[in-house]
Design a protein around this ligand. Structure first.
Ligand code: GEK
Length: 246
């Protein structure tokens, strides 16, 4: 499978004027390097989304990757599917991301006609007949007040037995643990080659844009909407991935 170009993320290496983080050309250009060095376990999560997809894909259903960026989760899923007939729908509202994903797919003829890319706000996307829905580090960027409506829309667009996979940066009600995991996470980033300046500038840029919630908030909201069998299948410090079923 073709890999996106591995340009190195140096976006926060020099002293910058304050500004909120956006998924523009600059970010899309270094995204693969950025996410691999910024999310502990990212490559494992992507690979396991493939394993879950293999198990839960239903014939003639839709598979949604919401906030797909460069399509890492979509490609991991479709590479493992046994289903003969399905449609994978990869959605992102960053034109820079979608353009790069389309370029990548143009080099993967085996998935021609199987993956549809949509540049749109996933809050307005129609979800129908889904057997798998992936929100891999995307819900955290949706305004808090809109998250329940979005998840309810997804629930209504899922088939019985379908799986929702949600990966998120999380916070902890216990302040000691919260602080510990943030510090561990910053050590992880230093180990991945980011300087203290890069870590602190990125943190400031994300402060109003990436809003983590606790696992109990996630669980309670999913349960209230109607999901069942909700639990965490991966966690490293303040990053977790959950499954929830309809
Ligand atoms: C991966 N899932 O590699 N509508 C559509 N897209 C959105 C919206 C929205 N309202 N808000 C944010 N995004 C990917 C990684 S990155 C995670 C996901 C990160 C998109 C945004 O443009 C970006 O591409 C993605 O969600 C979040 O498995 O960078 O931490």
């Amino acid at each position: 499978m073709t890999e996106p170009t591995q340009n190195k993320d140096r976006l926060f290496a020099d002293k910058l004027l304050p500004g909120d983080f956006v998924f523009d050309e600059q970010v899309a250009n270094v995204f693969e390097d950025m996410i691999n060095r910024s999310v502990p376990g990212y490559s494992t999560i992507i690979a396991m989304i493939g394993v879950l997809a293999e198990r839960y894909c239903q014939e003639r259903s839709n598979i949604y990757d919401l906030g797909c960026s460069l399509g890492g989760a979509t490609l991991a899923a479709v590479s493992r599917l046994d289903c003969l007939e399905y449609a994978a729908i990869a959605i992102d509202n960053s034109a820079a991301m979608i353009q790069r994903l389309e370029n990548r797919l143009a080099e993967l003829p085996q998935f021609a006609g199987k993956i549809e890319c949509r540049c749109e706000n996933l809050q307005e996307s129609e979800i129908t007949d889904a057997s798998i829905v992936v929100l891999n580090f995307t819900l955290q960027f949706i305004p808090l007040k809109d998250r329940a409506d979005l998840l309810a829309k997804i629930y209504h667009g899922m088939r019985p037995g379908a799986v929702l996979i949600i990966s998120e940066k999380i916070s902890f009600p216990d302040e000691k643990l919260n602080q510990l995991f943030i510090e561990m996470y910053h050590s992880f980033k230093e180990n991945m080659g980011y300087s203290k300046l890069e870590i602190s500038q990125k943190r400031t840029a994300l402060e109003k844009v990436l809003l983590p919630e606790t696992l109990s908030t996630h669980r309670a909201r999913l349960r209230k909407i109607g999901f069942h069998s909700i639990d965490v299948w991966f966690q490293c410090f303040n990053f977790a991935s959950m499954v929830a079923f309809k």
